[in-house]
Design a protein around this ligand. Structure first.
Ligand code: GDP
Ligand code: MG
Length: 724
């Protein structure tokens, strides 16, 4: 028999840990259809052999089944639409009050619920007592105590869950609301009888009582019926002197209070745990930031500057540069392969994909650190510390990590956004992370600073400033649009106790992230390198089409000339600069290299010192700064675009992100050039007028009042309760 079991619980309740423990390696990670929230499914170990199969579906972490966040909507659509055979509701035993709020809603769905009380190791260590028989009686569910981390009780949980799923019995909610609420709900149930699955009638009725917009929409009730229901709700609201939604919330918490009184015994004298002691220092108002800076410096130093750089250099220079490429070249020559094919295979595919794969070791080192920081509980503290600052411009504290990592390389930066569970916050982070100058943009900065600004020391820091300003302004502006409106989901970061993560979990997390990147290198990046190689190597020369000697005759040069006019208003409408910017899309390292080739130097140093003279002769300082700004902010390299595509998992959002970045880059570069030229040379033209208009428009978008979208905010009653 095949059964489907859903795993539901609050964020940080240990869902991922339990899911991995129950399914082992039998899991598939994807996204929910149509949305970018992570979807995980797997077969429960031990139920696959005997013709039996138990599929476990990991729902997004949620606090409630209300329709306020995408995660909640995804979860409840799954539960209502797919009707799994059972729900494992994992709750954090150290925080029953918050976790049981979801439980009270799950039990109304008419789907068998089994409660897994997690973190029992901590509960016991804290000397607290939980009477699970009473908890079972009070909630009407089977209850199993587990420690997902230690693996205690999870076999029993799996057995019981599968048994319940097979038995087909229903969970009856063990709780009833206040008289008048029940009265109204009974009326509503009557009214929707036959319109919904009978076992789910109660859940729908409660939601209609709460005036849940999405449920109303889905059921398409006639107006007369809605009016009738409304009367019941209004009279109940009068009697209880509160609004319907708050009535239900309040009632649920009363019920939870009674459960906790009944089955939970706190230890009498509360003494500070080790975790609390560490937190006193680590989240201390004055020490938090310096400590954090040190931690991140170490992470960054090891993974990007030392160990990571050594590994990446080795991969690029030795593995690919000295072994694979010469070997492939030799082998192809021996078998007498055609020149163009050797070129495609060696200069195109192996070099191109190799350049991208070269990042892999560095990324894996970084991902180990991230997995460790996440697993031990420190990441939650960082988000907590940064949240106060980031919230001001519409980003969540969790956005900070991706940006920090983005200073090394945008690819792992974008991928680190995975740790952000809230969908809107994550999208915003994905869109803005690559504004931070990554390592590969440093040569461009060095080139411009050296060639046109006499190596002035302000140029490099100003590039970071431009990146950070772009992030902050984007946060503020996007927040005021419909797409991103609404509070970042209420910040309910409960700080889990510190502990050493298991090696298995750290490695698994590293591998999951790393592998998805490697897969991408084999697809989108492979295709784009083939294209650029082709465009760079072929063209019309001496009247016939073929491989070109002179890059000026290549298709790439033709494309560059054709589009160079686009960049004229930015001050660098010359085809060489346009081509350099385009090849920068393959990898930002290419920009300086391309200039080198185009100005007739085969090889140039990292900072392109050989071509400073030629470059200085071909554009003004203001134009060069505009070129720099454009390349910093525009669409990142293909590898990072691949990461954006993968994390967005949605073509529309991907193009929106790329389009937004490029348009923003264009506008800022235009303003820099036009207004800069006005200030330095005193020229005023149409372009200058346009630039001023754009600045005014930008300021308007930045400072216009913020309209809070009604239906996307969390009701105060819940927000207040769940805020730790
Ligand atoms: P999710 O957000 O629900 O997926 O939660 P995770 O599985 O990521 O777990 C959150 C944190 O709690 C992690 O640091 C886990 O290692 C930790 N954790 C999970 N289960 C247990 C447990 O049974 N005992 C203890 N002490 N920690 C746990
Ligand atoms: Mg998780």
């Amino acid at each position: 028999m095949k059964v489907k079991i859903a795993l539901a619980g609050n964020p940080n309740s240990g869902k991922t840990t339990l899911f991995n423990a129950l399914t082992g390696s039998n899991q598939f990670v994807g996204n929910w259809p149509g949305v970018t929230v992570e979807k995980k499914e797997g077969k429960i170990k031990g139920y696959t052999a005997k013709g039996d199969e138990a599929i476990l579906v990991d729902l997004p972490g949620i606090y409630s089944l209300s329709p306020y966040t995408l995660e909640e909507v995804v979860s409840r659509n799954f539960l209502l639409g797919e009707k799994p055979d059972a729900i494992i509701n994992i709750i954090d035993g150290t925080n029953l009050e918050r976790n049981l709020y979801l439980t009270t809603q799950l039990t109304e769905l008419g789907i068998p619920v089994i409660i897994a009380v997690n973190m029992m190791d901590l509960v016991k260590k804290n000397g607290e007592e939980l009477n699970i028989d009473r908890l079972a009686k009070d909630t009407g569910c089977k209850v199993v105590e587990i420690s997902a981390l230690k693996g205690d009780g999870i076999d029993q949980l799996a057995q019981r869950a599968v048994a319940i799923a097979k038995s087909g019995m229903k969970t009856q909610p063990a709780h009833s609301f206040e008289g008048c609420v029940e009265h109204a709900i009974a009326h509503i149930e009557e009214a929707i009888n036959g319109k919904v699955d009978q076992s789910m009638e109660r859940w729908y009725a409660v939601k209609l009582f709460e005036r849940d917009g999405k449920v109303r929409e889905n059921l398409k009730l006639e107006q007369s019926l809605l009016d009738h229901i409304e009367q019941d709700i209004v009279s109940c609201e009068k009697e209880m002197d509160d609004d319907a939604e708050s009535i239900i919330t309040g009632e649920r918490y009363n019920y939870i209070g009674s459960i906790i009184d009944d089955c939970y015994k706190k230890r009498v004298k509360k003494q500070m745990s080790v975790s609390d002691k560490i937190d006193r220092i680590v989240t201390n108002r004055f020490l938090a930031l310096p400590i954090f800076a040190v931690v991140m410096f170490v992470v960054y130093y090891v993974s990007v500057t030392t160990v990571g750089a050594i590994l990446t250099d080795w991969t690029n220079d030795t593995l690919f540069g000295e072994w694979i490429i010469p070997a492939a070249q030799g082998a192809l020559e021996t078998i007498g392969c055609a020149d163009w094919l050797t070129g495609l295979l060696v200069d195109g595919i192996i070099s191109g994909v190799g350049a991208v794969l070269g990042f892999v070791p560095q990324m894996l080192v970084l991902f180990i650190f991230l997995a460790f920081l996440e697993g031990c509980g420190y990441m939650a503290r960082i988000a907590f510390i940064m949240d106060r600052i980031f919230r001001k411009f519409g980003l969540s504290g969790k956005s900070f990590i991706p940006m920090l990592i983005g200073t090394g390389c945008g690819v792992p930066g974008v991928m680190a956004s995975r740790t952000i569970e809230n969908d809107r916050d994550r999208k915003m982070t994905i869109m803005t992370t690559t504004f931070i100058p990554c390592g590969a943009k440093l040569p461009i900065i060095a080139l411009i600073a050296g060639a046109l600004f006499d190596g002035a020391s302000w140029v490099a820091p100003s590039a970071y400033f431009v990146g950070i300003a772009a992030i902050i302004c984007s946060g503020i502006i996007l927040k005021k649009t419909k797409m991103f409106a609404g509070d970042p989901a209420p910040f309910v970061m409960e700080l889990p106790a510190y502990h050493l993560p298991t090696v298995g979990n750290v490695l698994r997390s590293m591998w999951e992230r790393g592998w998805s990147f490697i897969k991408k290198a084999g697809t989108i990046i492979l295709l784009s390198t083939i294209f650029v190689w082709f465009a760079q190597s072929f063209g019309f020369e001496g009247g016939s089409f073929g491989m070109v000697e002179d890059m000026n005759n290549s298709i790439l040069a033709a494309i560059g000339s054709a589009i160079a006019w686009i960049f004229t208003p930015l001050g660098w409408g010359e085809w060489k600069a346009a081509v350099a910017a385009i090849t920068g899309l393959v990898a930002k390292e290419n920009v300086v290299g391309t200039f080198g080739i185009l100005y007739g130097f085969g090889e140039v140093a990292e900072d392109g010192a050989e071509i400073w003279g030629s470059l200085a002769g071909s554009m003004t300082a203001v134009a060069a700064y505009s070129f720099l700004v454009f390349n910093l902010l525009c669409a990142p390299c293909f590898a990072a675009m691949g990461a954006i595509k993968r994390e967005m998992n949605n073509a529309k959002w991907f193009w929106f992100a790329i389009g937004y970045q490029t348009v923003l880059a264009y506008i800022v570069a235009l303003c820099v050039y036009q207004i800069g030229t006005l200030l330095t040379a005193g020229t005023f033209g149409i372009g200058t007028a346009v630039a001023f208009a754009l600045v005014i428009g930008f300021l308007y978008l930045l400072f216009r009042p913020y309209k809070e979208s009604q239906n996307l905010t969390v009701p105060k009653s819940i927000a207040g309760k769940v805020r730790a």
